[in-house]
Ligand binder design. Structure first.
Ligand code: ATP
Length: 347
């Protein structure tokens, strides 16, 4: 079993608190992405799990063993970091074999495990080459193959695909997902790229300001954001937030009324651009279209609702012009209600 328990971890850098009481359980074989904007503490948390950084308070338990005081090597995990280091003076084979040699694996084992990892990452046809003769994507695969070759129970990755172009990123993402699922590796993966997190992870921990804002499956965090931050960070375009007043459980926007959760007056109505439909009968939330962008698969409409910026997604063939006012409808179950004072979802 290689579950990971992060138990009330705090990290102070002088007077600055980079992690504020972070707790998280990653199940054996699970893939969890740490997702959040620059500076939210993702890398710091990963480095604490790896043993490269010491927490100010709290514990890290891997496979039932408190590893808090152990050196990185004694934690029994593999890592792939952003600036992946492949050794330029070693062939691809020797690079991938590195961890196995450190473990003093037998020659036969080294050969078998290197060939298996190389085949999984599709680098088996250039095992004799030196890194200088490889593309960036191939070098990246070497770094990942080296981490996988030791058959780690736990794999930590920090933006391992960040240096690749879009197509290669997609290709590598797909391969990583397949390989790690097949191996049953417990994985924690740091990224600021929501597409990557959504595509790869069983669960995503969305981080902001040194805290976990929400943890859930990709669908959960997309469909039911726990906070305004999560709604605005996940999804493209980001969720729209319209300031409204809720009076006796009713919100009025334009000529329509919507039931809202009771308990607070100042609220924001969270509406995903792709959940809004343009009402043929003209009755709905009034949306003033300012710019129409044909994106191929859809139209992106930017404009305002009640004077507040909103972005709406419409079918590619819809005939909508800048300057028009349209009416929007949405399934009430798809709306998010945010308490303006706390920034948290209610209802
Ligand atoms: P990015 O996506 O930009 O890598 P991140 O979410 O990984 O960001 P961290 O690198 O974990 O963020 O940094 C979290 C915060 O802690 C930042 O404000 C950063 O400036 C601060 N920080 C990180 N390392 C140190 C350090 N050694 N000393 C002081 N402050 C630090």
């Amino acid at each position: 079993m290689a579950d990971i328990v992060i138990d009330h971890v705090v990290k102070d850098f002088g007077t600055f608190q980079a992690l504020q009481d972070v707790s998280l359980v990653v199940e054996d074989g699970e893939f969890v992405a740490l997702l959040g904007p620059s500076g939210c503490g993702k890398t710091t948390l990963l480095r604490i799990i790896a043993g490269l950084e010491t927490q100010t308070a709290g514990r890290v338990v891997i496979g039932g063993r408190d590893v808090s005081g152990l050196t990185p090597r004694k934690r029994g995990l593999a890592m792939v970091f952003q600036n992946y280091a492949v050794f330029p003076h070693m062939t691809v084979f020797e690079n991938v074999a590195f961890g196995l040699r450190m473990q003093k694996a037998s020659t036969a084992d080294v050969k078998r495990k290197v060939e298996r990892a190389a085949a999984l990452l599709h680098i088996d046809s250039y095992l004799d080459r030196y890194p200088a003769k490889l593309s960036g994507g191939q070098r990246q695969r070497v770094a990942v193959a080296r981490a996988l070759a030791v058959e780690p129970a736990v794999l930590l990755m920090d933006e391992p695909l960040s240096n690749l172009d879009a197509l290669l990123r997609l290709e590598m993402r797909t391969e990583l997902k397949a390989v790690l699922r097949e191996a049953g590796t417990t994985t924690i993966y740091v990224t600021h790229d929501q597409t990557e997190a959504m595509g790869l992870a069983d669960r995503i921990a969305v981080m902001y300001g040194g805290k976990i804002e929400q943890i859930g499956s990709p669908l959960e965090i997309y469909a039911t954001p726990a906070t305004r931050f999560v709604g605005g960070f996940i999804g493209s375009p980001p969720m729209n937030f319209i300031k409204v007043r809720c009076e006796q459980g009713i919100v009025r926007i334009g000529n329509i009324t919507l039931p809202c959760p009771a308990g607070c007056e100042d609220m924001e109505l969270g509406l995903r651009g792709e959940d809004a439909m343009i009402a043929a009968d003209g009755s709905g939330i009034p949306f003033d279209v300012r710019v129409v962008e044909p994106m191929g698969s859809h139209l992106l409409l930017t404009g305002s609702i009640n004077g507040q910026l909103a972005r709406i997604v419409a079918p590619p063939t819809a005939t909508i012009n800048a300057g028009e006012r349209v009416a929007l409808k949405a399934d009430p179950s798809r709306l998010t209600w945010i308490d303006s004072n706390t920034g948290r979802a209610v209802g």
